[in-house]
Design a protein around this ligand. Structure first.
Ligand SMILES: [Cu+2]
Ligand SMILES: [Zn+2]
Length: 184
């Protein structure tokens, strides 16, 4: 690495301008969200999400939540970074490629489809999600959009309900938070 850099530097000194690009390390971007209870839903569901992505590597999404009912809850990135007057202001699932709703590992899904997280008996969630479709930079960056945790289960598009193909029929929005730029 060091040798390569030195050789590149030497070549650069005699290269025609614009023909020489020194190695630049992939940029790391961090996103953060604090989830607050949906005022209309009325349960005390709170949490934090921290996201990190280096270059084009998968995004690592660390999710900590509390106040949920035990079991599975739909967890998505929604389109808008707006949670006022309640979580419905965040709009639908973030879907820049105009796909139908699906599981995180499905070929066809919304970018925002992160499936379900499972709350333990005490109502907490502490999981790490790795996702290849979520990006923290570029034209489909999710920075400035929102996380929503739902009261119900995301059926991953397979439930046969009229809402399965758009929302996974995950029910009401229990808490939400706008995704901001975090400290690396
Ligand atoms: Cu959602
Ligand atoms: Zn979706």
């Amino acid at each position: 690495m060091m040798f390569k850099s030195l050789v590149l530097a030497a070549l650069c000194s005699v290269a025609v301008a614009g023909k020489c690009k020194p190695d630049t390390p992939a940029t790391t971007v961090t996103g953060v969200a604090s989830l607050t209870p949906d005022v209309t839903f009325g349960a005390n569901v709170t949490g934090t999400v921290k996201m990190v992505q280096t270059g084009s590597a998968p995004a690592v999404i660390k999710v900590k939540l509390a106040g949920l009912t035990p079991g599975l809850h739909g967890f998505h990135i929604h389109e808008f970074g707006n949670i006022f007057p309640d979580c419905t202001a965040a709009g639908g699932h973030y879907n820049p490629f105009n796909k139908t709703h699906g599981a995180p590992d499905a070929a066809t899904r919304h970018v925002g489809d992160l499936g379900n997280v499972e709350a333990r008996a005490d109502g907490t969630v502490d999981v790490e999600i790795t996702d290849t479709m979520v990006h923290l930079s570029g034209s489909t960056s999710v920075i400035g959009r929102s996380f929503v945790i739902h009261a119900g289960v995301d059926d991953l598009g397979l439930g046969g309900h009229p809402l399965s193909n758009s929302t996974g029929n995950a029910g009401k929005r229990a808490a939400c938070g706008v995704i901001g730029i975090g400290k690396n």
